[in-house]
Design a protein around this ligand. Structure first.
Ligand SMILES: *Cc1c(COP(=O)(O)O)cnc(C)c1O
Length: 394
C-alpha cells in the first residue's frame, strides 16, 4: 500500500524545490518584450546576480542548462588547440573536461578521486611544470555527484604562488546561492551557474560571469558561435540582444522573485548560514546511521563536505529498494546515484538540501529515510533524527 497522498518531496539536487512565490510570479499572461516591466526587471536581475556572485563583473544570461554554459564559457575565452588544466573531484568536473575536449581544446586532467577535495600542492606542481601553456584552469566548486566542495580561495593562492597567468574558471552550478562564493575576492575570472539549483527557478536559463581580464582574453579569441558570444549580450544596443533573440519571459519573472527572496529579504549571509546549519543536521543523522556500517557519508572530512548536497554510499548494500520505498510508499524522491570510483549508482543516494528548504522538509526527509531503513532492515545506528534536531535547535 502506498501512503503517499499529499505533496511529494523531491530532494534531488536540482531541479530543486520551487517556491510558490516563484511559481506565482511566473503565472501570468505573455508580456511586452520590447519595453516595460520585463526590461526594467532584467537590469535589477543583473544587479542581483552580481550580488549573489559577489562580483562587479558581467553576468550573461543564456536560454540554456548548465551543460550549455560550460560550452559558452569555454567558447568565449578558448579556441581549438589551446591547452587547459582541469581539476576533477567527480562526474561534473570530468564532464566539463569532456566538453572542452570535444571542442578541440587540449585538456590535462588532474583527477583527485571522489572522496577528497583538490590538493593545492599537486595543482601548483602541475602549473610549475607547464611553462605557461595552460590558458585556463577549470575547477568545480561543488561537485554534485560526490558532494565534494573545493576551497577556491586556496586554489587561487596556489595559482598565485606559481605566478601562472591562466584564467581561473569555476563551475558554481550546484553551489551558487547555497555556499559561500566570492568571485572577486577569490580572484575567479569566469564563473558558470544555472537557475534550477540554489536559485530555485525551473530549469531553462543559465549564466556566465566574467571579469575584465576574461573580457580582454575574449576579445582576442576567435569565436565562431554568435549564440554563445557574450560580447553583444553584455553590451546590447537593443534589449533582445541580451538574449540573442526572444527573452525567456517567464523565467525572468521567476528569477526576479527568487533573487528578491535571496538578496533583498533573507540576505546572502543568512542564506549561506541556513544551508550550513541544515547540512550539519543532515550529517549528524547520517553519521549516526553510519555507526552500523551499512551506509555512510561519501566524504569523511567535514571541510570537504558541501552544504548544498550530500552523497551517501554503501560498501555492502544495494540501495535501489530504499529509493523505491521512499518514493512509492512515502512520497520522497531521493537523488539518484551517479556512479564514481568503485561505487555503482545503486550503492548511492543523494540528498539535495539546496534552495527552498526548511526543517520540516529536512526532518521529514530524514525520518522517511530512517523509516525506509527500518522497513528494509538495513542496519543503522539509533538516535539519528534526534541528533539532527539537536543541531537545528542549537
Ligand atoms: C547540475 C550540474 C551541472 C549540469 O547542469 P545541467 O543543467 O544539468 O546541464 C554541471 N555542474 C554541476 C556542478 C552541477 O551541479
Amino acid at each position: 500500500m502506498s501512503l503517499s497522498q499529499g505533496r511529494n518531496l523531491f530532494v534531488t539536487p536540482g531541479p530543486s524545490v520551487i517556491p510558490d512565490r516563484v511559481l506565482n510570479a511566473m503565472h501570468r499572461a505573455a508580456p511586452n518584450i520590447y519595453e516595460g516591466d520585463l526590461v526594467d526587471m532584467t537590469d535589477r536581475i543583473l544587479d542581483n546576480l552580481r550580488k549573489v556572485a559577489r562580483t562587479s563583473g558581467d553576468p550573461t544570461i543564456y536560454i540554456s542548462n548548465g551543460h550549455g554554459v560550460w560550452e559558452a564559457a569555454l567558447h568565449n575565452v578558448l579556441q581549438a588547440g589551446d591547452k587547459v588544466l582541469c581539476l576533477s573531484t567527480g562526474t561534473f568536473g570530468s564532464g566539463w573536461a569532456d566538453v572542452a575536449t570535444a571542442m578541440g581544446i587540449e585538456v590535462e586532467l588532474l583527477d583527485f578521486g571522489s572522496s577528497k577535495s583538490f590538493n593545492a600542492d599537486r595543482v601548483a606542481d602541475a602549473l610549475r611544470a607547464d611553462q605557461g601553456k595552460f590558458k585556463a584552469i577549470l575547477a568545480t566548486h561543488t561537485d554534485t555527484s560526490t558532494s565534494i566542495t573545493n576551497d577556491i580561495a586556496a586554489l587561487r593562492k596556489a595559482i598565485d604562488d606559481t605566478g601562472h597567468h591562466a584564467l581561473l574558471m569555476v563551475d558554481c552550478i550546484a553551489s551558487l546561492g547555497c555556499e559561500q562564493f566570492e568571485m572577486d575576492a577569490w580572484g575567479v575570472d569566469v564563473m558558470v551557474a544555472a537557475c534550477q539549483k540554489g536559485l530555485m527557478v525551473p530549469p531553462g536559463i543559465a549564466f556566465t560571469f566574467h571579469n575584465t581580464k576574461a573580457a580582454q582574453v575574449s576579445e582576442n579569441t576567435i569565436r565562431t558561435s554568435p549564440y554563445w558570444n557574450w560580447t553583444l549580450r553584455t553590451n546590447p544596443d537593443v534589449f533582445y540582444m541580451r538574449f540573442n533573440g526572444t527573452p525567456p519571459t517567464h523565467h525572468i519573472f521567476g528569477l526576479d522573485e527568487a533573487l528578491k527572496m535571496l538578496v533583498d529579504e533573507e540576505g546572502l549571509d543568512n542564506v549561506w548560514a541556513r544551508h550550513t546549519k541544515q547540512a550539519q543536521a543532515i550529517w549528524a543523522a547520517i553519521d549516526i546511521w553510519a555507526e552500523a556500517g551499512a551506509i555512510r557519508c561519501n566524504i569523511q572530512n567535514i571541510a570537504d563536505r558541501s552544504s548544498a548536497v550530500t552523497t551517501v554510499v554503501s560498501d555492502t548494500i544495494d540501495l535501489s529498494p530504499l529509493h523505491e520505498w521512499c518514493k512509492d510508499t512515502a512520497g520522497l524522491t531521493l537523488g539518484v546515484g551517479i556512479g564514481f570510483g568503485e561505487y555503482e549508482p545503486n550503492q548511492i543516494f543523494r540528498i539535495g538540501h539546496m534552495g527552498h528548504m526548511n526543517p520540516v522538509m529536512l526532518l521529514g526527509a530524514l525520518s522517511t529515510i530512517e523509516a525506509g531503513l527500518n522497513a528494509l532492515q538495513i542496519p543503522h545506528g539509533r538516535g539519528a533524527i534526534e541528533a539532527a534536531g539537536r543541531v537545528l535547535a542549537s
